[in-house]
Structure formats: C-alpha cells, structure tokens
Design a protein. Structure first.
Length: 411
C-alpha cells in the first residue's frame, strides 16, 4: 500500500487559515494544532515503515489517521463518531490542518490503522509523540515527582475452568489437524475425538466427580493425539500454533502416572505475549514486560514417539495435576493464552481477574485544587505486565522507563 504526497503547508482555504481567529491561544484544539500536529508530521518516517511505498493502492494519510486516533481518545468518541467530527467539527479540522471539503474515510479504516501500528511495533508512537510535544512545550518536566499505581486489565475472553480450557484447546487443535491432514491419514479414534470435543460440549450441570472424570479422559485423549503427531510426515501439522498450544496446556494440566516413562521431553522455550510492544525496548537490566515481550515457560517438545501402543487403544499413562501443582502462568483460555490469573486482597476485599496488569506513572503537582478544578498532572509512562506478577517486582522498571521520559507504553 503506497502513501499519498504529504505537506504541512496550509492552503489558502484550509480550516487552519480561516479559523485561526476563532480559537483563542488557550483553546485545546489550537494548542494541538500548534504543539502536537507538527510532532505528528515529524513522526511520518516512522509511520512510513508500516506501509509498502512502491506498490498497492494509495493509503490514507497516516499522519491524519494518527491525529484522529489521538483526538478521539482525548474527546472520548468511538470510530464512527470520530469520522463525523471530521465532517462537522471545526476544532478537529483546525487541529489536524485539514482543508475545507477534504474527503473522509470509513470508520473501519481506524481499526485497520491501529492494527497496522501493532503489527509493525509502533503502537506507542502516538503516546510518545504527544508526550514529547508536551515536554518541549514545558507542560511536562523531564524530571519531576511521579507516583505509580497499578490497575487490572481484563483479558479479551472469559475465564475458563480447567476442563473447558483443556477441551477447547483440544477442539482448536483437532480443527487445525483436520485442515492439514487427509481423512485417510488421520489417527484411530479421530471420529470419537471429533464427536466428543468438536460436536459436543461438557454439561456444566454435571457433578464434580463426573467433571473430574471428563478431565482425566480429556488428558488421555490429548496424550494420544500428541503421540500421533510425533509420527513421520507430520512436522508441519505439529508445528501449527494450536498444536503447540495444546502441548503447553497438556504440560500445565497433566502429569505422568508414577512408574511410567514421560512421553514428552521438557524444554524452556520463549512464548511471545500476544500483541506488539512499544517502539522502544526495556532498558538494560529490566525484565521484558507486557504484550509483545516474551516470558519463559516450561513447555514440552514434540520428539520421536515413545509409546509403542496403538493410538486409541488402552489408557494413557497420564493424570490431572493436583490443584497445588498448577502454575500461575498457565493458560486460562486458549483464545487468549497469555492472560493469567491474579488475586488481590482477602475476604470482602478480595479481587480476582484474568488478564494483565498495567503500571501507570503520573506527574505529581503540589498545587491545591478546588473541587471540580482540572488537574495539571500528566501520565508519563505505562507498562503492561503479567497479571500474577507483583507490583514491587516491576516498579523499578517503570521508574527506569520514566526517569528521562523514555516511554514504553501501549495505546
């Protein structure tokens, strides 16, 4: 997708030229157009890296898309209303240096633009550019008192119990195998597995004993499927994302029965946390945090088959782990495998969630404000990390990221 020609020069009939007298010096849209928009234009080389400059249809101007994304966050409007603001709001057009009668775009283009930033590691570009403009304007000091606080960020999907997590992981893996293996090459027991995990669901009204038996049954089915995946000619299938995720879920939820050889070898692998981090990386000596970073987990490797028994015949030598053996970093839902469980407080103060945790750094003003008076504080840093990690374990990293306004953040 190529880019259009870009210029920061206002035309004679632009909103900026006609409306300068309509907006006082303290107006926020005038301040945006004067302080922030030039910085957004200066960030265009970084935005160009998200596009193919030599072929494809002409893209929407990325500086405009980034400016609209920031303004819609400041005004708290959704995508569709943001496009309407470009139609009717003089302040928005003034802030974005738009010309009268400029065409607008479909609201879904904003979704595609944000996804493009994530895919190219530029999700923090808008935040960092805006903060840099505030620093140069003297509105935010490079060295100031800051306070840190954390907040829970929920995962994109609901929390699952152990049985549902294993069954759903197996269902996704079976669908992936179906697409990559011819019917005549599928393992013994395929029809049973498909009916059990794809065409059926567990009855949530069943007793705990029944659900426990179904968990053990699912573990044996996973073990047999993984054994089959070790066979020759299946390298591409077993390297698929759902097959690899099933390997991880199996290692987290099940263990070998005493006296039986382990069918899977354990190895340390780097599991990417879904999403893309900010453009800047964490400083030396700090742990990688947040979406786009990586975390080491113990995951079984898929090696040569160690089970001589025919697949689907006889019980597998595995059993569910006890509750005390489960790791805090285990998969809670295969549709968002990096979202982890966290609990804070006890009794009536107990709060729990599945997702992530966000550390926020904010400047601290000494001024005493009247009730309802707007604050002069600014957010200067945001770091996302695993939900189960303690605040104290990452606060040092947040301070390092914020000390010189070098920001590692996510939009």
């Amino acid at each position: 997708m190529s880019l259009p020609e870009f210029s920061t020069q206002s035309s004679l009939f632009s909103t900026a030229a006609l409306s300068a007298s309509l907006f006082p010096e303290t107006d926020r849209y005038r301040l945006f157009g004067k302080l922030v928009y030039p910085k957004l234009a200066g960030a265009r080389p970084a935005l160009e890296k998200c596009y193919c400059l030599e072929n494809g249809r002409t893209a929407l101007e990325p500086v405009l898309m980034l400016g609209v994304s920031i303004l819609q966050d400041l005004d708290g409007v959704p995508d569709r209303q943001a496009v309407e603001m470009l139609h009717y709001h003089a302040g928005w057009n003034f802030a974005l240096n738009r010309q009268l009668g400029d065409p607008v775009f479909h609201p879904s283009s904003l979704v595609n633009f944000r996804q493009r930033l994530i895919e190219h590691g530029q999700s923090a570009l808008g935040f960092a550019t805006l903060l840099e403009a505030l620093v140069e304007a003297g509105l935010v000091s490079r060295q100031s008192r800051q306070r840190l606080d954390s907040t829970a960020m929920f995962g994109r999907v609901a929390r699952m119990n152990r049985l549902d997590c294993v069954r759903e992981s197996l269902r996704l893996a079976l669908q992936e195998v179906e697409a990559g293996v011819r019917p005549q090459a599928r393992p013994v027991g395929w029809v049973t597995w498909w009916e059990r995990y794809v065409d059926s669901q567990a009855d949530y009204r069943a007793s705990s004993e029944t659900l426990g038996r179904k968990l053990a049954e699912a573990g044996q089915d996973v073990w047999q499927l993984l054994q089959w995946l070790r066979g020759p000619g299946l390298e591409e299938v077993r390297s698929g994302p759902q097959a690899q995720l099933l390997v991880r879920v199996f290692a987290e939820q099940f263990e070998m029965v005493a006296g039986q050889p382990a069918p899977l070898a354990q190895e340390k692998v780097s599991v990417e946390i879904e999403g893309t981090a900010a453009g800047s990386s964490a400083p030396a000596g700090t742990a990688p945090l947040g979406p786009g970073s990586s975390a080491e987990v113990s995951t079984p490797s898929v090696g040569p088959p160690l089970c001589a028994a025919p697949i689907g015949v006889g019980p597998a030598p595995v059993q569910p782990k006890g509750k005390g053996q489960l790791d805090s970093n285990r998969v809670q839902n295969p549709h968002d495998p990096q979202a982890t469980y966290a609990v804070k407080g006890q009794g009536q103060q107990k709060k729990e969630h599945v997702g992530y945790k966000v550390q926020v750094a904010e400047t601290v003003s000494e001024a005493v404000l009247a009730p309802g008076e707007p604050t002069e504080n600014f957010i200067t840093g945001i770091v996302t990390h695993l939900a189960y990690q303690s605040d104290e374990a990452v606060k040092g990293s947040v301070r390092l990221l914020c000390c010189d306004v070098i920001i590692c953040a996510w939009m």
